[in-house]
Design a protein around this ligand. Sequence first.
Ligand code: ADP
Ligand code: TRP
Length: 321
Amino acid sequence: MRVLSGIQPSGTLHIGNYFAMMRPMIQHQRDHTLFCFIVNYHALTTVSDAEALRRDTVEVALDFLALGLDPDKAVFWVQSDVPEVCELTWILNNQTSVGLLERAHSYKDKLAKGFKPHNGLFSYPVLMAADILIMQANAVPVGKDQKQHLEITRDIAMRFNHHYGETFTIPEPWIDDHTAIVPGIDGQKMSKSYGNTLDIFGDEKVIRKKVMKIVTDPTPLEDPKDPDKCNVFALISLFMDETEKSQLAERYRAGGLGYGEVKKELFARMWEFFAPYRQRRAELAAEKGLVHEILAKGAAKARDYAAPTMEKVRRAVGLNY
Ligand code: ADP
Ligand code: TRP
């Protein structure tokens, strides 16, 4: 089965990205043909600092490799190294109704936030459809926020297949309802754009300081506390097994436990959890040219998968004069 997903290089990756997206993706490389890519064309819809885009593309690649993505098992590349996806986007644009794109939540949210919409933002879902369809992906693991984009992809693919004959595999979204939304230090969803993240490979002092700032309620130290309403509990749970979690929940309910104490434990757990990956990341980063070499090989593999689809598409629509 072909499993595919991408992530934007629009900032530094955080533990919400790790537990919800990166770790499950890395696990899929064992049992499936995994397509994992860094969507820098998509990032252009919000990032206009060229230097930042270049830097973050390489940083995200390093993150994935350090965390266990195996480029020999998976197909791992940077989106813009397979420019055929833009050609497919153009072709798919002609099977995409404007109404469908106008109904996209992510587009409407951006409008509501006051973004001046450009056409890139508007047609973002068509590029995403091209990403998925060009690789004939069967399954696309995504967060709930991407569900509608998958529906748009399916709609475009079905329309195309109906008009031009069977061309694309219709992909299924894989939405893991068990992956809770990871809260940020302010209690909102952890997000690069809210400044409330705990970064996977952040600086020790900065992370410790941020952990100590996690918002908690004003329950006095000696009183019983509700673990299910606590941001610190939600975060530390990510690093615990079920037994440890219920033991900590007991300590909450018993009273006499200070949030500061749990915050210190959270920092220690998180720092230790990512220690081997930090080490690996430093080794990878120190090998000059290695990441670029891995990405170039990944792009060549990705283009080999894209080529037969593009040939079929060009023939189907009559571009093969
Ligand atoms: P961000 O909101 O930080 O910009 P993205 O929108 O780029 O993150 O999301 C990349 C992936 O990480 C998606 O699959 C998304 O569902 C997941 N993700 C991001 N933030 C969280 C979070 N706080 N909790 C769970 N999953 C998240
Ligand atoms: N839109 C996705 C996000 O913001 C990223 C993405 C681009 C993607 N192309 C994709 C995800 C193809 C899955 C499949 O998270």
